[in-house]
Design a protein around this ligand. Structure first.
Ligand code: ADP
Ligand code: MG
Length: 363
């Protein structure tokens, strides 16, 4: 589903790479925790999956497709199939819970009839069926995050990236959020969650990938938050170089999109295990090459099997309406298409089939 092939990302010349020689694969349907101190490269990894950051070296594949070969005009359709959840929720402050979710459907041209069915369905799924009319500031942090998850999931993305989604929440609330992400994963979406939430990782016992100074130092199938091995400083990796962040302006040419990656509050880092002076241990887990080759094959087959490029024309129309509030409203006014058509349009939106088109065009 997602594969990094010897990927290095250096934001600024001379700077320690944010991600270095990353070779890792996340399979379809997997739930993966990304752990590691602030500055270890978790967000950079996720942003590369979204093609918000381009690797300096190496290749990132999503659903078998090399992201560097996706033309920029197709990036929105890539992102449409990847849900994203942030620590600070990022809801539209002047829109209600209902409207925040609705918006995600409107920008891709979903007919009103479908919107009217899907939004209440999502509100119910996240347990907010009676709070659709609330504005974000009238909701608790946990509730806001539920809305953000509903918004990220309403298009049924095949991948959900969650960057410290419980970072601002109390433990009980965080548990509920995690259960929600687990449910989404059970419904078939690949979930990658960066976290400092020790309790979450230990409770779930899912795959744990630990990063230190841009490198994967641990990859465990059913891991815990804590590294089981003794503490070591062999690598010389910086466990936390986030202090350098201030020295570097965020004006990187390689940034493909304007994403306002919000730095994590330092207090949160300190509170949960990033204790100063505590060196992370370095345990390199060999990747199971045969295994991943087999999975890769499976992924590629799955992509080829996706419903074909037939509906590309529908997609082309929706593409033009991207991310514009007024055109989204226009779209909402189009009430004429029946539900079956709507589903067809939404299927066409899925980037897997777009990529099949890309391939055609490239030949
Ligand atoms: P994490 O999410 O694990 O905290 P990041 O991926 O945000 O780690 O950061 C990894 C490293 O890259 C850090 O040293 C950070 O300062 C640096 N970095 C992140 N984003 C930028 C940027 N836009 N420009 C320059 N350096 C950056
Ligand atoms: Mg981060």
């Amino acid at each position: 589903m997602i594969r990094f092939d010897d990927v290095t990302k250096t934001y600024m010349r001379g700077q320690h790479p944010a991600v270095e020689n990353l070779d890792i694969e996340f399979s379809r349907g997997e739930f993966v925790f990304l752990v590691g101190a602030s500055g270890s490269g978790k967000s950079t990894l996720m942003r590369m999956v979204l093609k918000e950051v381009a690797p300096s070296r190496g290749t990132v594949y999503v659903a078998g497709r090399d992201l560097s070969r996706i033309p920029s005009w197709k990036v929105p359709s890539l992102r449409r199939d990847i849900g994203m959840v942030f620590q600070d929720f990022r809801l539209l402050p002047s829109k209600t819970a209902y409207q925040n979710i609705e918006f995600a459907l409107a920008v891709i041209g979903t007919p009103r009839k479908v919107v009217r069915r899907l939004v209440p369905e999502m509100l119910e799924m996240v347990g907010l069926e009676d709070k659709g009319k609330r504005l974000p500031h009238e909701l608790s942090g946990g509730e806001q995050q539920r809305v953000a998850i509903a918004r990220a999931y309403v298009n049924r993305p095949s991948i959900l990236l969650a960057d410290e989604p419980t970072g601002n929440l109390d433990p009980a609330t965080a548990e509920g959020i995690l259960d929600l992400l687990a449910e989404i994963n059970e419904r078939g979406t690949t979930v990658v969650m960066a976290t400092h939430d020790r309790a979450a990782v230990d409770r779930m016992r899912r795959r744990v990938v630990e990063m230190v100074g841009g490198k994967v130092v641990r990859d465990e199938e059913q891991g815990g938050y804590e590294t089981p091995a003794p503490v070591s400083v062999i690598s010389g990796n910086l466990p936390d170089d986030s202090a350098h962040r201030e020295e570097h302006p965020l004006d990187d040419d390689d940034l493909v999109a304007d994403w306002d990656g919000v730095p994590e509050p330092i207090a949160a880092e300190k509170a949960d295990g990033g204790a100063e002076g505590e060196e992370p241990s370095v345990v390199t887990v060999p990747s199971a090459d045969e295994d991943s080759a087999a999975r890769r094959g499976a992924d590629e087959r799955a992509v080829t099997d996706e419903p074909g490029a037939a509906a590309a024309d529908a997609r082309g129309t929706a593409e033009d309406r991207d991310t514009d509030t007024s055109s989204a409203d226009d779209v909402l006014d189009e009430d004429l298409i029946d539900e079956r058509e709507a589903r067809r349009v939404r299927e066409a939106e899925r980037f897997d089939s777009d990529f099949d088109q890309d391939e055609e065009e490239l030949r």
